[in-house]
Design a protein around this ligand. Sequence first.
Ligand code: PEP
Length: 242
Amino acid sequence: MPKIVLAGNWKMYKTQVESLEFLKAFIPLLADTPEQRCVILCVPFTNLQLLSQTLHGSIVQLGAQNVHWENNGAYTGEISAPMLTEIGVRYVIVGHSERRQYFGETDETVNLRLRSAQAAGLTPIFCVGETKQQRDKGEIETIISQQLQKGLIGIDQSNLIIAYEPIWAIGTGETCAASEANRVIGLIRNSLSNPHVPIQYGGSVKPENIDELMSQPHIDGVLVGGASLQPESFARIVNFNC
Ligand code: PEP
């Protein structure tokens, strides 16, 4: 597994034309990016085929934003892991808080999706994190350990990325302090059977805070929403200074 993973989550943004415009500006900005940095773009399903062709041979890897647990079946609106691998997708976000909040994902369905991703050879980016209310009530350790315990049943920790994404920091501009993100990620690492699983921080990462986040010993990368939509800001994040 790569040790440093910088992933963009485009959520439900960008048409195919807009994706190509992004790449035209973004790829040249990666000319000096160190090879050991794994750069991933997790894009809407409709852009995957096009980006698979366009990114071929570049340092940017392709990721999806969700995957179903069956290979096929009567699951209107869902996409399976073999459908993703067939077109060159290598990574997939699973258990994002927006999926849990708006689309009824539970720790159990997240676990099923993680399993199907791995069974097809995809590397899942497994998201965990607490709400503001849970943090204020001092429940952060309990919540995250429950998400990890249930999510990781039957999961191969040698083909896994974890993203710690405090929900109150996602899309709010309110970043978790780098030292606190580092503390929680350290706790996550201690609970894993494989201490080498890359663990990212996610939540309002931007050019202004990336260097401090990446200077923390436990933080192996970032999962970036809003700031991954602009080529210059995502390139600055990928090209963080260490
Ligand atoms: C995300 O979508 O996973 C995310 C962290 O979003 P943002 O960077 O916009 O907070």
